[in-house]
Ligand binder design. Structure first.
Ligand SMILES: C[S@@+](CC[C@H](N)C(=O)[O-])C[C@H]1O[C@@H](n2cnc3c(N)ncnc32)[C@H](O)[C@@H]1O
Length: 284
């Protein structure tokens, strides 16, 4: 099985060299858009979600521009995370964005969701945080490719644990709300966590910058088995409830659970997204 990212066909499983050559010939003949055939030689590792690939045919490069729903994303298939299988999920999130939303995207990666939101919605601002410098470079290039004004899509090369109080982040907030000497706040916060540190929700961090006025909307990603999904993801929900409570917030209404990608990650684990609103615990 292979993925097509931009003009790169990425084979994931070890195949015989002769099979790969035959597959390469088939691809180049059947899909003139494919210019590179690469073989993924390691799984993703580390917080930056990097992996190893070798080019086996075509042009000798591992960077490309991927297009989905009319949005262009610059991707380096080894040095940065990108999954074209999450295109429909990104489209789902961007279609929920309301006029004037201040959107915060943690773990922004190469920027496919951020660019879709900034380009296709009437969000007031789409702020991105990413700590892998290769992914961050792709994010900036994606913003340029889509002709998005940097003021509408500020990007911070930072660890999500540190960004709220970064002087540049605080300063950017002050530009947009000059009279408030406090942290910028967001009405919609997206947390597409990497599959590391299962208990780290990062909610305590993002809740520092959630807009309290009408209940900030959170899109929180987790990994769950089919059985957990069918029973309403109780493990995920109870972790979210207890983390919100500890930080002085409460979940309002019933969270909605979506399968974020059809493909299983690892052995029978699926990426899910929980959409929910939060309000300060002391507000009725
Ligand atoms: C699952 S990917 C999400 C990518 C992106 N949202 C997308 O749709 O393509 C997780 C991203 O989080 C970044 N990351 C991991 N740990 C981080 C941290 N502590 N602070 C900021 N970014 C981090 C990784 O480099 C990676 O790009």
């Amino acid at each position: 099985m292979q993925d097509i990212v931009g003009d790169i066909a990425v084979f994931k499983h070890p195949v015989q060299e002769c099979d790969l050559r035959a597959a390469a010939d088939r691809f180049f003949a059947a899909r003139p858009g494919v210019k590179v055939i690469a073989l993924k030689t390691s799984g993703m590792s580390g917080p930056g979600r990097q992996s190893s690939h070798i080019v086996v045919a075509g042009e000798n490069r591992l960077h490309t521009t991927h297009k989905e729903y009319g949005i262009q994303t610059k991707v380096h298939v080894s040095d940065a995370f990108f999954s074209q299988r999450m295109a429909a999920e990104r489209h789902r999130i961007s279609s929920l964005v309301e006029e004037g939303d201040r959107v915060l995207i943690l773990f922004a990666g190469c920027g496919p969701l951020a660019c879709m939101v900034a380009k296709r919605t009437s969000a007031a601002e789409t702020v991105c945080i990413e700590s892998n410098s290769a992914a961050f470079q792709c994010l900036l290039e994606s913003r340029t490719l889509n002709k998005i004004d940097p003021l509408r899509m500020p990007c911070f090369l930072a660890d999500v644990r540190d960004f709220p109080t970064l002087p540049t982040h605080v300063g950017a907030g002050l530009v947009h709300s000059a009279q408030r000497a406090r942290l910028p706040t967001y009405t919609r916060l997206v947390i597409p966590r990497p599959k590391i540190e299962p208990e780290a929700t990062y909610l305590d961090i993002v809740l520092q910058v959630a807009d309290v006025r009408k209940g900030a909307m959170i899109h929180y990603y987790d990994f769950a088995t089919q059985e957990e999904i069918s029973t309403g993801a109780p493990r995920t929900l109870s972790l979210l409830e207890s983390t919100c409570k500890a930080a002085g917030w409460k979940i309002v209404g019933t969270p909605s659970i979506f399968r974020a990608s059809g493909a299983a990650i690892g052995i029978k684990l699926y990426r899910i997204c929980v959409d929910f609103r939060v309000l300060p615990d002391n507000l009725e």
